[in-house]
Design a protein around this ligand. Structure first.
Ligand code: NJP
Length: 316
């Protein structure tokens, strides 16, 4: 879709983070936008700002993406008010923290309802309108963990693997209708994502979110800029940074080291969680003593050997 001006778009999860950044980037290109999320006040405020700043039509439609009836109503409203939909950005989503064997199934189903079924319902609702207009673009925001399983986030990862699969199939099926399906795979991004993730761990009622991201991520605006570029070019799959692409490519090429890397990641994530839950340190002094002892002993032995070899050489 080369020309974006005066096109129409729905952006889900537009109340903050990546969705808000994509909505703004689209409006900046002259696209009329429908903003969906549960936080009515936030999307109404953003719609006002976008209308005023970019002279586009912007409409806030409070929507819970876990409810198929609300998703269908969102698409109907967008079509009625804007006359049709050219671009659908399925961005709304949330994470879930918990081991596979103890994760609460109701929690897991809810995350699937938002991250996966909400997307499928939105695609089904919007495609007739796109067909009638001669084409369109569907953007599904997935993740690099839709390519590599995430320990203690297996449920979240599964929703993104599923999204990846359904997007690939839809891309092939919708080709003849000139509808592009773009999958965006962000890595760590600076948003409130971690704070809003669901915690599904027995006896951890007090802990409501894996509050902070483990490392700083890229700004959501970077994801938005790359997404706009991908819509224009009709790309299939988009990574945001070279490092994300490298991690995924290396992980898929070397499954053995990946498996060990995931074991290490499991340990680190579990420890971070315990740290948040009970104020336990990431590593205790006792646990550090053994590896530090081995390293110190090894260095001492190497120094001794080095000096002994040098003395022998000097003598001989
Ligand atoms: O997260 P956050 P991001 N119905 O929490 C909405 C993926 N991703 O921007 O309803 C409707 O700031 C929520 O709105 P509200 C991630 O999987 C991220 O980072 O008002 N909307 C808010 O607008 C997700 O698909 C990272 O609470 C619902 C938005 O979703 C996408 O990027 C890494 C909803 C979430 O904003 C955007 O996430 C990665 C519902 N039931 C993939 N539930 C990352 N940040 O590091 C939530 O690989 N929303």
């Amino acid at each position: 879709m080369k020309h974006l001006r005066d096109r129409t778009a729905i952006v889900t999860g537009a109340s903050r983070g990546i969705g808000a950044a994509i909505a703004q980037a689209l409006a900046q290109e002259g696209v009329h936008v429908v903003l969906a999320a549960r936080s009515a006040d936030r999307i109404e405020q953003l719609a006002d700002d976008l209308q005023r700043t970019y002279a586009v039509r912007a409409l806030a439609v409070p929507t819970d993406m876990s409810d198929p009836a609300q998703v269908a109503a969102l698409v109907q409203t967008a079509e009625r008010v804007l006359g049709g939909v050219d671009i659908l950005v399925n961005n709304a989503g949330l994470g879930i923290y918990g081991d596979v064997v103890t994760v609460d199934l109701a929690d897991l189903r809810y995350v699937f309802d938002v991250n996966f079924f909400g997307v499928v319902v939105a695609m089904q609702a919007v495609v007739p309108s796109m067909r009638a207009r001669g084409g369109g673009t569907i953007v599904n925001v997935s993740s690099i963990v839709g390519k590599i399983p995430q320990p203690q986030g297996g449920g979240y990862s599964a929703t993104k693997y599923a999204l990846q699969a359904i997007s690939g199939a839809a891309r092939a099926e919708l080709k003849r209708n000139h509808i592009d399906v773009v999958v965006v795979c962000p890595g760590l991004t600076d948003t409130e994502f971690a704070a809003h993730s669901r915690i599904s761990v027995p006896d951890a009622e007090g802990v409501t979110g894996e509050r902070t991201a483990p490392l700083p991520g890229v700004p959501p605006q970077k994801v938005a800029t790359r997404t706009i570029q991908a819509i224009r070019r009709g790309e299939r799959e988009v990574y945001i940074s070279f490092l994300d692409r490298l991690i995924v490519t290396a992980a898929l090429a070397f499954p053995g080291p990946l498996a060990w890397g995931l074991v290490l990641m499991t340990w680190i994530r579990r420890r971070r969680f315990e740290q948040m839950q009970r104020g336990k340190p990431l590593v205790t002094a006792q646990e550090l003593a053994v590896p530090v002892g081995w390293v110190a002993g090894g260095l001492g032995a190497a120094a001794f050997l080095w000096r002994w070899l040098r003395r022998r050489r000097d003598r001989g």
